[in-house]
Design a protein. Structure first.
Length: 556
């Protein structure tokens, strides 16, 4: 019991069920209506059959009533299917949005490969659909409907009711025996799928590198091996599903055969209540139908639990603790005091007792070779990492007290490769402030030197560009990213190699835009060489092995 309660996958599914509320309960209520129609319809059909066999029962009103119940049951069944699909859709949309938001919040702090992230947000969430759309209503109806039928039959023939009760109790026992290890098998199947998806996505992205080093055949064989492993695990899960279904069908057939034998006297005139005898036999399929639905959804539940177990760790710390800012301050100061950060115990620390301070409106160039600790400083300021020792303070307050997302509200970030999405240039600039007016977007574009090239385009800022910046040069895309920072108008500017891979002419334009961006704002700029950012005001902090090795003026 405690093990189940502590299972993060089950906890996630339970929490999402509570979140769905009425959406999850509606299919159950409609299912009960369908079952009630089936019981009443069976009684009317029994009367009609008994009348055809020569007994004093049945008539036109029974036929009309049965036809009306058939129509009502069809409508309720259609409504139930629509409600089930809506519940599954709502659960998937909610979980996918939360997972995607969590991945965005983690940013670089999440070390999963791109393929693993895609698998989480797509396949894992999709696998949960059957739990909410099929399993939940099936599990509830598999208990309520058989109980109602047993109570109804017990009022006429307690022996038949007892037979149904015993055989109904054997169904979950048989399914449990057949389903031992089903959850484990399903989880291993998903793990295999995740490995294959992640590897395939990463290798497709790296095809040029694989061809360059003549590794394409080796990777093809590795992918084939993982695909075969996935096939084997999938077939194992399906075997369990077919076995549990076979057990249910055997119990249903055995029950029907016994009750038909017991009430065989209904064909003669000696049976005390032939209508009741026929009704009991006709209710056997209605009794086992919810259990059959339950068995069919059993595999869905096991699959969903395996997927939820993978998704739960991502959403576990969704509501991170910490304070929220009442408002973004107009100016910020930064202080690092003996900050230490390590990514793995067997690796040297990324930051090893780093200390520096930055006044409001001051610009700091973080210079150093790859691995010196520049990116780690930026990650701490953006809330993607937390210091393991020491203190990082903004305006004198320890950033560890803030929610990580609050740090990102304070800053405007520009990386060395700006990502441009499919859409207009204006829409790409407005990503940092979707509510910005055209005038504000225009002003940001002018400040970032975007209009220097956009003015010559057919539709100016409304010109459509492709995903990844298709249609723009690297320097033009970088200026669009700087325009985003201007539009955001945050008190802290964080730049990571903003002039990398730019030609001299474009570099000068970008540097001019950066100088304007840093005016009146606190700025931290990471660069391999301070000389590449000539002319920027402020000072340089040279990093080496996570420590400050010296300081000099940027113009020196």
């Amino acid at each position: 019991m405690n093990g189940k309660a502590a299972d993060p996958g089950r906890a996630l599914l339970k929490a999402e069920t509570s979140r769905l509320g009425a959406r999850a309960r509606l299919p159950m209520l409609l299912g009960l209506g369908v079952a009630a129609c089936a019981v009443a319809q069976a009684w009317l059909f029994t009367r009609l059959i008994a009348g055809l066999l020569g007994h004093d029962a049945g008539g036109w009103w029974d036929l009309i009533g049965a036809a009306g119940l058939m129509l009502l049951a069809a409508l309720l069944t259609a409504g139930q299917e629509i409600a089930q699909a809506a519940a599954g859709r709502a659960a998937r949309a909610d979980l996918r949005a939360r997972a995607f938001a969590r991945l965005l919040a983690l940013g670089p702090a999440d070390q999963r490969a791109a393929g693993d992230k895609a698998t989480l947000v797509v396949e894992r969430v999709e696998a949960l659909d059957g739990y909410f759309a099929k399993w939940l209503p099936a599990a509830v109806l598999a208990v309520l409907v058989p109980i109602l039928i047993i109570i109804a039959i017990a009022m006429i023939d307690w022996v038949s009711a007892l037979v149904l009760l015993v055989m109904g109790l054997l169904v979950p026992v048989g399914m449990a025996l057949a389903g031992i290890g089903a959850a484990v098998a399903s989880k291993r199947q998903f793990e295999s799928l995740a490995r294959l998806s992640g590897r395939f996505t990463d290798r497709v992205r790296g095809i040029p590198t694989l061809v360059l080093f003549n590794r394409q055949d080796d990777e093809a064989r590795a992918l084939s091996t993982q695909a075969e492993e996935l096939r084997t695990r999938t077939m194992k899960v399906l075997r369990i599903a077919f076995l549990s279904t076979g057990i249910l069908e055997f119990l249903s057939a055995a029950t029907l055969a016994y009750l038909a034998w017991r009430h065989g006297a209904h064909l003669g005139s000696a049976h005390p209540n032939p209508v009741a005898a026929l009704w009991v036999i006709m209710l056997v399929p209605a009794f086992f139908q919810p259990l059959r639905n339950f068995s069919g959804a059993y595999h869905e539940a096991q699959t969903a639990r395996g997927a939820a177990a993978e998704l739960a760790p991502l959403l576990a710390d969704e509501a991170a603790g910490g304070l929220r800012l009442e408002a973004v301050p107009p100016r910020v100061t930064i202080a690092f005091d003996q900050v230490r950060l390590s990514y793995a115990p067997d690796r040297p620390p990324a930051l090893d007792g780093l200390s520096f301070s930055l006044a409001a409106g001051e610009t700091l160039l973080l210079a150093g070779a790859s691995g010196a600790g520049k990116s780690s400083v930026l990650a701490l300021l953006l809330g993607f990492r937390s210091a393991q020792a020491g203190r990082v303070a903004i305006n004198g307050q320890d950033v560890a007290l803030l929610q990580p997302a609050e740090l990102r509200r304070l800053s405007a970030y520009v990386g060395q490769r700006a990502h441009i999405f499919a859409g207009s240039i204006a829409e790409n600039i407005a990503l940092t402030r979707p509510d910005a007016t055209p005038t504000q977007i225009q002003a940001a574009a002018e400040a970032a030197q975007v209009m220097e090239f956009a003015a010559d385009l057919p539709q100016g800022l409304n010109t459509i560009v492709g995903d990844g910046g298709f249609g723009l040069s690297g320097g033009q895309a970088q200026r669009v990213a700087l325009a985003r920072a201007f539009l955001r108008d945050a008190p802290l500017v964080i730049l990571d190699e903003p002039t990398a891979s730019l030609d001299p002419g474009t570099e000068e334009l970008v540097l001019d835009a950066i100088r304007r961006l840093c005016v009146g704002r606190t700025a931290v700029i990471a660069t391999h060489s301070a000389a590449a950012l000539r002319g920027l005001p402020g000072r340089t902090l040279q990093l080496e092995a996570g420590r400050a090795s010296g300081r000099r003026m940027a113009g020196d």
